[in-house]
Design a protein around this ligand. Structure first.
Ligand SMILES: C[S@@+](CC[C@H](N)C(=O)[O-])C[C@H]1O[C@@H](n2cnc3c(N)ncnc32)[C@H](O)[C@@H]1O
Length: 236
């Protein structure tokens, strides 16, 4: 199963960057950063697990963080190196289930859109435990995942997103909900934030209107019906 996911990402690595349009990618990362930025200070040591072609490593490096990224897809690591030559020494091949780093070597570890590509519950939990292992006492693991509470986004993530981008596969990935994580990590979970209602196919010309609607939805009682959630786990 793990090999299937690795092969999938190796196969799509060359065109990965074009799978999401730039304005949607920027919107998502900026929005996420607005939620989590208080957990980072200048020189915070960050490990971005499942870093793909390095977009988030580059984004966080530009915030003056001390970032490293690992991904098990050789193809995506090569893409990351080609795209960000200045980050070659910071991005390497590595498996989320057996990280090559010592205990407590980072202040923060991030798993951004990674868990649903790990194909068993045991391994998803193991990946989070590995992330907790490599952060110091008092450090945090930040997870970002697709949210399927809303039936419209459930349809979107299972069928429409795979039709419009090759990142997820048609028929469903191994989705993991915020409530499932709360049951497994009750001591560590400090916060869950539901965010974004903008799908990847939103044209640039409609982003202004969509962002206005999104802000209202995020601030109101329907916020849990969002497209994503992010969760903060603190290591005791
Ligand atoms: C949807 S992509 C997200 C990439 C990146 N985090 C981002 O937000 O652009 C999922 C990534 O998880 C990586 N991945 C999945 N399972 C992994 C594992 N066991 N170890 C390391 N990387 C893994 C894939 O290779 C892929 O790059």
């Amino acid at each position: 199963m793990k090999e299937d996911a690795k092969n999938h990402f190796d196969t799509i690595a060359d065109g990965y960057h074009e799978e999401i349009s730039g304005h949607v990618r920027d919107h998502l990362i900026n929005k996420w950063w607005g939620i989590v930025s208080s957990h980072f200070m200048s020189n915070t040591r960050v490990l971005d697990i499942g870093c793909g072609e390095g977009t988030n490593v580059n984004f966080m490096s530009r915030k003056n963080l001390n970032v490293q990224g690992v991904d098990f897809s050789d193809g995506l690591v090569q893409q990351a190196h080609a795209r960000y030559p200045q980050l070659v020494s910071q991005i390497s091949q590595g498996d989320a289930l057996h990280l090559q780093f010592e205990d407590a070597s980072f202040d923060v570890a991030t798993l951004i859109g990674v868990l649903h590509h790990i194909y068993s519950r045991e391994d998803q939990i193991l990946a989070i435990q590995e992330a907790l292992r490599v952060v110091r006492k008092g450090g945090v693991v930040i997870i970002r995942e697709s949210n399927l509470i809303n039936p419209v986004f459930r349809l979107f993530w299972n069928y429409i997103f795979p039709l419009t981008a090759k990142i997820d596969r048609f028929g469903g990935e191994h989705w993991i909900s915020a409530s499932y994580l709360r049951k497994h990590f009750p001591q560590q979970i400090e916060d869950t934030v539901y965010f974004t209602f903008i799908p990847n196919f939103m044209p640039l010309s409609l982003m202004g209107i969509a962002e206005n609607i999104e802000r209202k939805l995020e601030a109101g009682p329907l916020h849990k019906l969002s497209a994503h959630y992010t969760m903060i786990l603190r290591k005791a």
